[in-house]
Design a protein around this ligand. Structure first.
Ligand code: FE
Ligand code: FE
Length: 191
């Protein structure tokens, strides 16, 4: 891979299992970028950096959200969501990534949002279906990702939202906006 040197740096930042996940996301993202005509280098670096602060201190993440004026509503939701926007900040400021599409793909990889770019969708989907993921329904998501990026994205965000609702957990508004946007756009195409 082109950014193996950056991938190696992730080894010190996360447990082995998460490192394997990170590598899997990068490889899956490269594959999907090739398939759907997107930039494979951007897909690779976004995949490598997407979970860079997954194991960062919770209070440090909270402080960054406040000091960098990220969406304060994040703090009303589970801290699991915080590593995505802060990861985007770290990609820019520690790893000198200046490509907005890559930064946005990292920023929205846990919640999704309305009007996602193809690269954002590729990272979101890759995060869910990379080879080490193992949950009921993952194979169907993998099959969809091979056929149609939009359809795969709809199924992935549907899976996330219904999973959270099934556990009676709160759902961050961006995920609903993502779902509505995809469904409304799909409806328009079919009319
Ligand atoms: Fe993540
Ligand atoms: Fe991840």
């Amino acid at each position: 891979m082109k950014f193996d040197h950056v991938l190696k740096q992730m080894k010190d930042r996360m447990p082995e299992k998460r490192y394997i996940h990170t590598r899997g996301v990068a490889l899956t993202a490269i594959h999907l970028a090739e398939k759907y005509g997107e930039d494979t280098a951007k897909a690779e670096i976004a995949g490598i950096l997407h979970d860079s602060v997954k194991y960062a201190d919770k209070e440090w993440l909270r402080a960054k959200i406040l000091s960098e004026k990220m969406d304060p509503n994040l703090l009303n939701f589970h801290h699991e969501l915080w590593h995505a926007p802060v990861g985007s900040y770290v990609a820019k400021n520690e790893f000198n990534i200046d490509d907005e599409d890559v930064l946005q793909a990292i920023k929205y990889h846990t919640t999704g949002r309305a009007n996602m770019s193809p690269l954002e969708k590729i990272i979101y989907i890759s995060d869910m279906i990379e080879p080490s993921r193992n949950f009921p329904g993952v194979d169907l998501l993998r099959e969809k990702a091979e056929k149609d990026l939009e359809d795969a994205m709809i199924s992935c965000i549907h899976h996330s939202i219904t999973f959270l609702i099934g556990k009676k957990q709160p759902v961050f508004p961006d995920s609903f906006h993502c779902y509505n946007d995809l469904i409304q756009k799909r409806g328009k195409v079919k009319e």
